[in-house]
Design a binder for this molecule. Structure first.
Ligand SMILES: Nc1ncnc2c1ncn2[C@@H]1O[C@H](COP(=O)(O)OP(=O)(O)OP(=O)(O)O)[C@@H](O)[C@H]1O
Ligand SMILES: [Mg+2]
Length: 657
């Protein structure tokens, strides 16, 4: 219990003692006044928490008035003690404004209950107006400290915090928002409701305004294009360029049921980096699943395609040979077969293109010819290009580059699709997309993708490599294409340049470092085709029986071909027979091509150089590493009769000496 002061004016001595004792038992400091005059002097001099008035009539009123006008004022508790007879004039009592009263004779239970009420009343008042420890001065500095802490929270927060009044006028902004928006003062911040026009979709802007006015919270993640805001929405200039992705949350303040907000709190976060990482992951993910599927499909198609090709080509050659006496009889059939071969060759190229995209997450660089990657991309983009422009290839021989073909393909595919999409549909004859390779500077290969589209306006030019910058409708372009191209080319140590003229077209030039060609490399890969091969003993290892017989048929008459379907059997035969060369499939169940190679190298050293590998299109990383580390020639399935002949020639000429 608090220690409170009481003044007691009670003419009945017995009652006075009883009251005094009860208050003292509850720790009150009690002062007795002998008369109304003394009581009035005392309450004018100082404040009492409780004033007990046992006198009646004019005296009672005079003391009550003195309390109200004295230092105690309305805060003193007026406690009247009355006889039941006095209650006849209730009106007079009410005018005196008692806080409570008690009737004589005083019963102690009743008195104690009253004192309890008084104590609770005083405690509540105490809590409302408590003076802090150390006095009011300490309290003000505590207030200052707490304000300081709050201010630190707001100024140091990496989240942009903006406070607006009820009409959306900015009234407070923190440094993070100034940095984010490239402004130096609050006067550069537009009205909240106007700012919402930065949302890329007008309908979302409207919805958001409506929600805020009704006291609802708005949360939206969207790209902010600063220059667009300044130019199109006439927002105050800022030093910020380009596009950032923000996460915005606006909370209306002081909203009571049905009432209007008294202000708004906006919190903004720059989530550009996070968005970018997510988008890259998404693209990589999509490419990876596409690639896995492509590799699987390529592998499945390649095996049957190999023997279709070999057999058709065999039949065609055979027929040609046998019909030497009466060529016109077979001409039709031979033509039909040759056309079938053209079709088969097209399938082969499509499958080869699929392979280009099948290793997106494989950063492992290989040495490659950019023209081959370009051709794959053209095939892939053909559907976009066909109805808009003629495609012209202007290739020169270029040295190889080192990189992942899947990643390079991503670059050129993006550029080709951009070029195609820049040209409207329907005037394919008047438009052109040109693909050019050149070597302008030693050690670099240049690839240009040009179009006869509308060109890029100078004010947009600095932004086209920014992530999320797109002029295409929502849902059509992500605005990531060029930023991804830029990242990939940069990683290869290359650069991208843009040459554009409004109304004329655009040329994007990619320049990447090339690598030295090892002597003999090219010959091994592109063997001369014309020299007829002398008849040799060749061992063919392949677990696909139809493929094996097709190859045998193809080489029949030119060489002695032995066919085995297992690696184990092959190793045994190599130990017994002196073959001139071995054509070995790479991926076989049980004993693989790699196992055959390793065993042969152990058991018949030197002979392993006579092995050429045939691959079905899909590689395990291990197989790829293995092949890349070997000088042995390899042949991708399916191959033409000419290709296998050339390979045999080159291998024989190399191992003959
Ligand atoms: N060949 C071009 N001709 C005209 N404008 C182009 C050309 N290439 C790019 N642009 C402009 O650059 C912007 C950004 O290109 P980018 O490839 O990064 O994204 P996008 O093509 O819009 O979307 P995405 O590639 O994700 O589908 C395009 O929206 C377009 O305005
Ligand atoms: Mg694009």
């Amino acid at each position: 219990m608090i220690s409170a002061t009481v003044i007691l004016l009670e003419p009945d001595a017995a009652v006075a003692r009883e009251i005094e004792a009860a208050f003292e038992a509850s720790q009150y400091a009690i002062t007795r006044a002998a008369s109304a005059g003394e009581a009035m002097d005392l309450v004018r001099a100082r404040r009492f928490d409780v004033v007990v008035i046992g006198v009646i009539g004019a005296e009672s009123s005079a003391v009550a008035a003195a309390v109200r006008n004295g230092p105690g004022g309305d805060s003193s508790f007026l406690f009247f003690v009355k006889d039941p007879a006095d209650l006849g004039d209730l009106g007079a009592i009410v005018v005196e404004g008692p806080s409570d009263f008690l009737l004589r004779p005083v019963r102690s239970a009743e008195l104690n209950a009253r004192i309890d009420v008084i104590s609770r009343h005083l405690e509540a008042r105490e809590r409302r107006s408590s003076v802090p420890e150390g006095g009011w001065g300490a309290d003000i500095s505590a207030l200052q400290q707490s304000e300081e802490r709050l201010r630190t929270l707001v100024t140091e927060s990496p989240i942009g915090i903006l406070l607006y009044d009820a009409d959306g006028r900015p009234i407070e902004i923190n440094p993070a928002s100034m940095r984010m928006f490239g402004v130096v003062g609050i006067e550069q911040i537009p009205n909240l409701f106007e700012s919402l026009r930065l949302f890329p979709e007008a309908s979302v802007t409207e919805q958001a305004r409506d929600r805020l006015r009704r006291g609802g919270t708005v949360r939206h993640a969207f790209p902010v294009d600063f220059e667009w805001g300044v130019k199109e929405l006439h927002f105050p200039p800022t030093s910020r360029r380009g596009v950032i992705y923000v996460d915005l949350c606006i909370t209306p303040l002081g909203v009571r049921k049905g009432g209007k907000p008294t202000g708004f709190l906006a919190q903004v976060q720059d989530i550009t980096d996070r968005r970018l990482a997510e988008a890259r992951l998404f693209v990589a993910d999509r490419m990876a699943s596409l690639g896995t599927m492509a590799a699987g499909v390529a592998h499945e198609i390649n095996n049957p395609l190999s023997y279709v090709m070999a057999n058709v080509s065999h039949v065609s050659t055979e027929l040609g040979r046998r019909s030497a006496d009466a060529p016109e009889v077979y001409r039709d059939v031979i033509e039909a077969l040759d056309e079938a071969l053209v079709g088969v060759d097209r399938i082969r190229r499509i499958v080869a293109d699929l392979k280009t995209f099948s290793r997106p997450d494989d950063d492992g660089a290989v040495t490659l010819d950019v023209r081959r990657v370009l051709d794959s991309c053209v095939n892939m983009a053909q559907n976009e290009i066909r109805h808009r422009a003629k495609l012209v290839k202007e290739y020169v021989v270029t040295p190889p580059v080192r990189g992942s073909d899947a990643r390079l393909a991503q670059v050129f595919l993006n550029l080709l699709v951009n070029a195609a999409q820049a040209i409207p549909m329907g005037h394919a004859n008047e438009n052109e997309i040109r693909l050019k390779t050149s070597v302008r500077q030693a050690g670099r290969v240049d690839i240009e993708v040009s179009d006869t589209g509308p060109g890029i306006p100078p004010e947009l030019l600095p932004k086209i490599f920014d992530p999320f910058f797109t002029t295409k409708p929502v849902g059509e372009g992500t605005g990531l294409g060029l930023s991804i191209c830029h990242a990939i080319v940069k990683a290869l140590g290359g650069e991208i340049l843009v040459d554009t003229a409004v109304g004329k077209g655009t040329t994007i030039k990619v320049s990447i470092p090339s690598v030295e060609v090892r002597a003999g490399d090219i010959e091994k890969r592109r063997p001369s085709r014309e020299i007829p091969a002398p008849k040799r003993r060749i061992l063919v290892i392949d677990d696909e029986p139809l493929f094996g017989t097709a190859i045998r048929r193809l080489l029949q008459g030119e060489h002695d071909v032995t066919l085995v379907m297992s690696g184990r059997e092959a190793v045994r035969l190599i130990g017994e027979v002196d073959y001139d060369m071995v054509l070995c499939d790479l991926m076989m169940p049980e004993v693989s091509g790699i196992d055959v190679y390793n065993q042969v190298r152990r058991e018949k050293p030197g002979f392993e150089r006579k092995i050429a590998f045939m691959t079905g299109g899909a590689f395990t990383p291990l197989a790829r590493q293995f092949l890349d580390g070997l000088p042995n020639p390899r042949l991708d399935k399916p191959f033409t009769r000419e290709e296998i002949r050339a390979l045999i020639m080159s291998l024989l000429s190399e191992t003959d000496d």
